[in-house]
Design a protein around this ligand. Structure first.
Ligand code: SAH
Length: 219
């Protein structure tokens, strides 16, 4: 399976290092994930490729102009039939349930993630082209690129094979199996670290006891 994400930004380089490491990199190499980053600036019809202008009505900062965003989304829609999501502090909050739903609804169609900058994007193009607004938390960041990566990361963990072993997303914090609780604590080598020993039961190889201990230690 190949789930497609198109990321729309005026700072495409922001994504490079994150997407070229670890699990996401492997998922792309294995053909499980396709990520295309689009530079909104390339779609600007302005002589100097400008993408922002001062707000009508006055006030601080700049606003992203509608034309480059509109043309960029039009272009992307030819390849990605999924919903256009604008990352916005006022949008629907991203939760585990929401991430899983985005995966289920969009695994075949894909997802288009639109990143704002400055004071945001001209409202007209959002009303015309955006299907949904998603927030990653009640705070304001300088751009939608980190939020887009958060959405991509949270969603792509559901693609079969991305995490390496299938039960990973089921046993994770907030998953149904844990009834909304956080996960049990994890331990790895060495057995003794600065005098602190790993709980004995985890070394016992006794699966039933380990399961019981983990259930008792959900936080
Ligand atoms: N003036 C806007 C904030 C703009 S922040 C306001 O008050 O709502 C600039 C861009 O960062 C936004 O267009 C959005 O894409 C992104 N952004 C900032 N905080 C975010 C958050 N919590 N979740 C998702 N996107 C966010």
């Amino acid at each position: 399976m190949n789930m497609r994400f198109d990321l729309l930004t005026i700072f495409p380089e922001i994504f490079s290092s994150y997407l070229k490491e670890s699990i996401i990199k492997r998922a792309v190499e294995d053909g499980k994930l396709k990520i295309v980053v689009h530079d909104i600036r390339k779609f600007s019809k302005d002589r100097h490729h400008k993408v922002d202008a001062p707000p009508y009505g006055g006030g601080p900062g700049m606003v992203m102009t509608p034309q480059p965003v509109y043309d960029c989304i039009k272009h992307v829609k030819k390849y990605n039939k999924g919903p256009v999501i604008y990352l916005s502090p006022g949008g629907t909050m991203l939760t585990r349930v929401k991430a899983e739903k985005l995966f289920k609804d969009c695994r075949k169609k894909g997802l288009v993630l639109l990143c704002g900058r400055y004071e945001g994007i001209d409202r007209r193009v959002i009303d015309m082209m955006v299907d949904e607004e998603i927030s990653i938390g009640k705070y304001v960041l300088t751009g939608g690129e980190l939020p887009a990566m958060v959405v991509l990361d949270a969603v792509c963990r559901y693609i079969p094979g991305v995490l390496g072993h299938e039960s990973s997303t089921e046993e994770e914090s907030f998953s149904r199996a844990l009834k909304g609780k956080k996960e049990y604590p994890h331990y790895t080598r060495p057995e003794v670290f600065k005098g602190e020993k790993v709980p004995e039961v985890l070394l016992s190889g006794h699966h039933a006891n380990i399961k019981k201990w983990r259930e008792q230690h959900l936080e």
